[in-house]
Design a protein around this ligand. Structure first.
Ligand SMILES: Cc1cc2nc3c(=O)[nH]c(=O)nc-3n(C[C@H](O)[C@H](O)[C@H](O)COP(=O)(O)OP(=O)(O)OC[C@H]3O[C@@H](n4cnc5c(N)ncnc54)[C@H](O)[C@@H]3O)c2cc1C
Length: 510
């Protein structure tokens, strides 16, 4: 094990890895460099943590996990709201904690075991050059990553929507998504309580609203590092009811676009990246802090268990790549769902809720029905009467419904049945992006022949499967064309969810 570790960045990842390293090996010298002064306010309001993450934290460091749990706000359900509609998506599951509170706990925990924390100055790979190990935990805008980008193989993709991270000075009574149509455009709030007197309000707009509400014009005149008060004023009016007339809390609140990172490798020489510096997963999956803390656990374990720094970095990346990529995949579908919210904004709230719950592909109809059976049965009633009451029968029931407009005996058929029954066109689609220019061209082509169904085919990896369901939904909703998706038998739950949530008209087994 190395003798001196320098950590760049005192966010959740940096503070936690420092604590875990020093806890395991007290004679190690561990220094954390945080550019913000100790009296500076950190960005953001609350963050969500799942019970699965809490279990991981409890295994790695029971004392800190207890403190985090104790300071967290628990027990809120999740609702979907639109004008006067409200539907509960699921019961109480997650914890939420103020970002500042979490950082205070982690900083105290690190200091208690002897980590040196230096605040108020930026660090980088040159200022930390004497260390045996440099851990870059300097967040999504990591300067370490920028300096090493050629070796790390870095790619960045900017999200289509814009978001601001605000707060409220009261605890909303449940976590919720609220979609609001206002004269200025369509706005969506993601809100949840994280303390008795605090809630996070994250608000998103798409490009149309960005233009129609002139948010770009308002943002352009705000000096760097300051809050865009004019935009916040608009949001206060749009979400007046949800805010009970209270003004949003701000903290250097500006519109941003989510950056999705891709890195070929997470380390170069004696420098390794963790947390947001290494990877990002869209906030609508609420997993950024989870991934950052779990990286810290894996890296600390690897540095403890391996004889060389290179072997430790390889073991860390080996342990973390797969779970991180899985979350990124789910998060990117969740992001695509929210980015394209407008195309399904007018659908009945129950169908919207079903579509939301199954958007990322990790939950099926049956998973949602185990929590909210009656909502699911109502949402599926467009497919026929007698929706089963046993959640485990729902996928079969959905896929066995006939598609009378095509004379198909069931919504799930094999390719021979489709060929025999109706003329159709096919399009092969493997790109994960279904809102770029290539997808616009596919949409345009799909409009040319609306009278016969279109079958979307492609590869059988999880990313391609998700992408073609997303493309099918886009074509279906934006052209009105009847669209089917070719899916392998292993993706049966996704197939049923795609039909049940109106993302595809039919499925071809392949
Ligand atoms: C709008 C939004 C909502 C989110 N909601 C959630 C959520 O609900 N749940 C969740 O888990 N996550 C959420 N996240 C993500 C979460 O905030 C991050 O994933 C998490 O903070 C990552 O931790 P980190 O330690 O890697 O990076 P950060 O928290 O970004 O910490 C990096 C630290 O490094 C410091 N730093 C940067 N450069 C230097 C330098 N050169 N020298 C010294 N210090 C430096 C910064 O000041 C900062 O303190 C959200 C993010 C956004 C943008």
């Amino acid at each position: 094990m190395s003798r001196q570790v320098e950590v760049v960045g005192g966010g959740p990842a940096g503070l936690y890895v420092a604590r875990l390293l020093k806890l395991a090996e007290p004679e190690l010298r561990v220094v954390v460099h945080e550019r913000l002064g100790s009296d500076a306010e950190t960005f953001g309001f609350g963050v969500g943590l799942t019970e699965a993450t809490m279990r991981n934290l409890a295994n790695a460091d029971p004392e800190t996990a207890d403190q985090i749990r104790h300071a967290s706000f628990a027990g809120h359900t999740l609702d979907f709201r639109r004008a006067h509609d409200n539907i509960t998506l699921h019961g109480a599951r997650n914890l939420a904690i103020g970002r500042a509170t979490l950082l205070r706990i982690l900083e105290d925990a690190a200091t208690r075991v002897g980590v040196e924390i230096r605040t108020g100055a930026k660090a980088d790979v040159t200022t930390t050059a004497g260390a045996d190990v440099i851990i870059a935990a300097d967040g999504v805008r990591s300067s370490t990553r920028r300096k090493l980008s050629a070796d790390l193989g870095v790619g960045e993709i900017l999200g289509r929507s814009r978001f601001v991270w605000c707060g409220a000075d009261f605890a909303v009574d449940s976590a919720f998504f609220a979609a609001a149509e206002a004269p200025q455009g369509l706005f969506v709030a993601h809100a949840y309580p994280y303390a008795d007197d605090r809630s996070t309000f994250l608000i998103e707009v798409d490009e149309d609203t960005w233009v129609s509400a002139n948010l770009g014009g308002l943002d352009a005149v705000v000096p760097a590092g300051e809050t865009d008060h004019a935009s916040v004023e608009i949001l206060n009016r749009v979400f007046e009811d949800a805010l009970h007339g209270r003004p949003l809390l701000t903290n250097r609140t500006r519109w941003g676009r989510f950056t999705t990172l891709t890195l070929d490798r997470w380390s170069v020489g004696n420098t390794v990246l963790i947390g947001d510096a290494a990877h990002t997963a869209h906030y609508t999956l609420g997993s950024g802090t989870k991934l950052a803390l779990e990286d810290s656990i894996a890296l600390a374990e690897a540095l403890r268990g391996e004889s060389s720094v290179a072997a430790a970095f390889a073991a860390y990346e080996q342990a973390r790549r797969e779970p991180v990529e899985r979350f990124k995949r789910l998060a990117s579908r969740s992001q695509a769902w929210w980015d394209s919210y407008r195309v399904r904004a007018d659908r009945p709230i129950g169908e919207l809720a079903l579509s939301y719950m199954t958007r990322a592909g990790n939950l099926g109809i049956a998973d949602y029905a185990r929590d909210q059976l009656e909502h699911v049965r109502t949402a599926l009633s467009w497919l026929g009467d007698n929706v089963p009451i046993d959640p485990s029968m729902l996928d079969d029931w959905v896929l066995s419904r006939p598609l009378t407009s095509l004379n198909l005996p069931a919504r799930e058929v094999d390719s021979h049945t489709l060929d025999r029954t109706c003329a159709h066109e096919s399009i092969e689609w493997n790109s994960s992006r279904v809102w770029d220019e290539l997808a616009d061209a596919a949409l345009h082509a799909a409009r040319q022949n609306l009278s016969i169904p279109l079958l979307v085919t492609g590869d059988n990896d999880l990313e391609s499967i998700g992408a073609r369901i997303d493309l099918a939904e886009r074509i279906r909703l934006q052209t009105g064309r009847v669209v089917g998706v070719l899916l392998p038998a292993a993706a049966r739950a996704q197939a049923a969810a795609a039909v049940g949530a109106g993302r595809a008209d039919f499925i071809v087994r392949g």
